[in-house]
Design a protein. Structure first.
Length: 201
């Protein structure tokens, strides 16, 4: 059943604001202690390092590099798996909150205007479209469709590539922020209960 909880565990920090999957491990950034954590799928911390900027928000992984955002200055950093900066660029909008990787491009969600931007790996805009989700936070791509969460409606939505809603289900926590896809399940980090959930999509 969509939205069924497979497992859950406490996030390593007090405000999990982004989550990504690298093919084996989870990555989680925390908005309060400005750290990035590598976790196994049971929530055990493998390692951690400081975020390249304060207030990290939103994460993605392209299989080789991590991409970490920032809600306040709209800068996106590309990092290696040891936290070293490869490059950074400014997002096309101020106050974006999450992004995903589809194998070729970064996709950035801007909640204030319920809009998604497709970016190349240097931050240039390729395309953009509106979402039929009022307050999208968190974004993941499963190979065929997008997933976005709404921290006002407390729902997680499956969206087609034009941004239209395919299905939705209640989020497990009251403030769903980050989303990631592990090739089978969704992962959602929640700010209110400070938990990370593995969910059936």
């Amino acid at each position: 059943m969509s939205g069924e909880i497979v497992r859950s565990f406490a996030s390593p920090g007090n405000l999990p604001a982004g989550i990504a999957f690298d093919g084996k491990f989870l990555w989680n950034c925390d908005y309060t202690n400005n750290k990035i954590y590598q976790l196994d799928i049971d929530g055990n911390i493998i390692r951690s390092f400081a975020s390249p900027q304060n207030l990290p928000f939103g994460m993605a992984c392209d299989g080789r590099y991590l991409w970490v955002g920032n809600y306040t200055n709209s800068r996106i950093h590309q990092l290696d798996m040891d936290g070293n900066i490869i490059q950074f660029f400014s997002a096309p909008v101020f106050g974006y909150n999450s992004f995903a990787f589809d194998g070729k491009s970064l996709w950035l969600v801007y909640s204030a205007a319920a809009t998604i931007y497709q970016l190349d790996m240097d931050g240039n805009i390729i395309s953009t479209f509106s979402l039929l989700v009022s307050n999208p936070w968190g974004l993941a791509f499963d190979g065929k469709s997008f997933w976005a969460c709404d921290d006002v409606a407390n729902k997680i939505y499956q969206l087609n590539l034009e941004g239209n809603i395919i299905q939705s289900f209640a989020s497990p926590g009251a403030t769903p922020y980050g989303l990631a896809f592990d090739n089978e399940y969704l992962w959602n980090c929640d700010d209110t209960d400070n938990k990370i959930y593995q969910l059936v999509r």
